[in-house]
Design a protein around this ligand. Structure first.
Ligand code: ATP
Ligand code: MG
Length: 180
């Protein structure tokens, strides 16, 4: 599975539709302070199901929508699309490519789509669970996260190891089965 492209439209500082096509090899995003580098990473976390507005540096989720600038009015919706090359079928989908879309409107209503089909947040979370790429995965390491792992309690560290090892999905299924 490879990251193919990211489309950001109306999310944070990206008022205009912006597409990043990831080429083979390593991609580095550089730019001056405030140019939107962190916003790109936040767009990726958001489209993969991030539920905490605070961790996206906002108070409430609609704060991710372009809020206007000196010469531009605010927008009413934000949209992010992320496309993976799934030719190895690493994600449990038949398709060669998988596109996840998330949209949010000013009133707080939102939509999730997988390959253009409307789904629930839960479907996105399940699709990425134990792939190393989900909402709580370690594919995105933000400032302070390394320290937090070192300083965490043994129980918390165990959860991290379980997520990395790919057993948390089975644990969740076991818990669910026990309740039924
Ligand atoms: P640094 O090098 O300092 O880390 P950066 O490139 O990571 O900078 P970001 O933090 O991604 O920059 O971008 C910050 C900019 O995004 C600020 O100018 C801020 O005003 C703008 N911004 C954040 N949220 C919104 C929003 N909802 N609408 C419009 N602009 C926004
Ligand atoms: Mg930054």
């Amino acid at each position: 599975m490879k990251l193919k492209s990211l489309v950001i439209n109306g999310f944070k500082s990206f008022a205009d539709r912006t597409e990043i096509d990831f080429q083979p090899g390593m991609t580095a995003i550089v730019g001056p302070n405030g140019s939107g580098k962190s916003n790109i990473i936040e767009a990726i976390r958001w489209v993969l199901g991030e539920q905490s507005a605070k961790s996206l540096r906002g108070d409430k989720m609609p704060d991710v929508i372009f809020a206007g600038s000196n010469d531009r009015v605010a927008l009413n919706r934000a949209e992010v699309l992320i496309t993976f090359d799934n030719s190895d079928h690493y994600l449990n989908m038949q398709t060669e490519e998988v596109t996840i879309t998330r949209k949010i409107y000013r009133d707080g209503s939102s939509e999730f789509l997988i390959n253009g089909q409307q789904v629930r947040l839960k479907d996105i979370v399940n699709l990425f669970m134990d792939t190393g790429l989900g909402r709580e995965s370690f594919s995105i390491i933000s400032q302070g996260r390394v320290e937090a792992v070192f300083n965490s309690k043994p129980q918390e560290r165990r959860l991290i190891i379980e997520e990395v090892a790919g057993v948390s999905k089975y644990k969740k299924e076991k818990q669910k089965a026990e309740l039924e």
